[in-house]
Write a protein that binds this ligand. Structure first.
Ligand code: GRG
Length: 305
């Protein structure tokens, strides 16, 4: 019976993401419509990666958290777009030769392969700046205090204490056969979980959550964020690059610590499942209202790409 419930919940999660993907994709397309002929080159580079075939997990988490507190998707759409912009710029920069040196992303040549390293760097920079401009376009019905809180959360998680810090440690640990699980966990939390956490907490803030609720949702998101990266490592080990639409980059030549390498595949899967179980328990207080977030959590560890 547990298995049937799990399959049903995953299906709910898939449906939610598909439904919201349409909304997000439309908003992202509209956000890059205002091009002038002089800036066309950079917008082409931005559109190439932003409108690519991403799963839109972060925006979906943001909208679901907003809706849990009775907020409307429209209010959270600018922030949801901003999160996808930051995620996309981090992928563009991560793929650069000076970072992971990848040729393929989301089934297509990486941004720098098509537009050159200089343009890829600038497309990432422009996306990071544009993300914060998007948040400032949040409907006026949301108080300025709440918008500032969202800006604080998302800017903090993008910098040295978040994604950048995680990436730095990731680069530093490249080729280190003694990298411990604790260090790897730190990398995962900062490189990946922080943005999923910011997606959930910013959605909650826009939806009208109080401080305790935001903290509770943050704990939920940190757990599913970690599970997300463990699943990513498992898929890198078990799926072909055709299915994943990405190449191994530097990984192929240089040793890189991953959960499966340190703990084995079975234990990695166990830990991801356990984290999602713990995460769902944190939301029990909200009863049926947490159904969407729970199903997104299930989707995160059952996804095949
Ligand atoms: C200034 C924000 C900022 C970042 C610069 C380059 C960098 C620092 C950080 C890189 C962080 C990174 C690449 C983390 C990997 C996260 C991850 C698991 C990505 C895959 O996410 P999916 O599966 O991708 O959601 P799709 O393609 O579906 O969008």
């Amino acid at each position: 019976r547990h298995g049937v419930k799990m399959v049903t919940e995953v299906a709910v999660g898939i449906n939610y993401v598909l439904e919201k993907k349409g909304l997000i994709d439309k908003a992202l397309e509209e956000s890059i419509d205002a091009r002038s002929p002089f800036t066309r080159k950079i917008w082409d580079g931005i559109a190439y990666s932003l409108l690519g075939d991403g799963k839109r997990i972060r925006p979906a988490l943001c909208l679901a958290a907003c809706e849990l507190f009775g907020g409307s998707a429209e209010d959270a759409i600018p922030t949801a777009c901003a999160l996808e912009m930051i995620h996309t710029m981090s992928l563009i920069h991560d793929d650069l030769p000076c970072m992971d040196n990848d040729d393929l992303r989301r089934g297509k040549p990486t941004n720098h392969k098509v537009f050159g390293e200089d343009m890829a760097l600038l497309a990432g920079d422009a996306l990071l700046a544009y993300a914060f401009e998007m948040i400032s376009k949040t409907p006026k019905s949301i108080s300025a205090d709440r918008v500032v809180e969202v800006l604080r959360t998302i800017s903090h998680c993008s910098g040295a204490e978040g994604l950048v810090g995680g990436q730095v440690m990731d680069l530093e640990q490249e080729g280190n056969p003694d990298c411990t699980v604790e260090t790897l966990r730190w990398i995962h939390v900062h490189k990946t979980a922080v943005l999923l956490k910011a997606s959930v907490t910013s959605g909650a803030v826009i939806g009208g959550a109080n401080k305790d609720d935001v903290a509770r949702l943050g704990e939920f998101a940190e757990k599913i964020g970690l599970a997300f990266q463990i699943r990513d490592d498992v898929l890198d080990e078990t799926q072909t690059s055709e299915v994943l639409g990405k190449t191994a980059g530097k990984d192929a030549a240089v040793y890189k610590a991953t959960y499966p390498r340190l703990l084995g595949l079975a234990e990695s899967r166990n830990q991801a499942t356990q984290l999602v179980g713990e995460a769902k328990q944190i939301l029990e207080k909200y009863g049926e209202r947490s159904a969407t977030l729970n199903s997104l959590a299930d989707l995160i560890i059952s996804r095949e790409k």
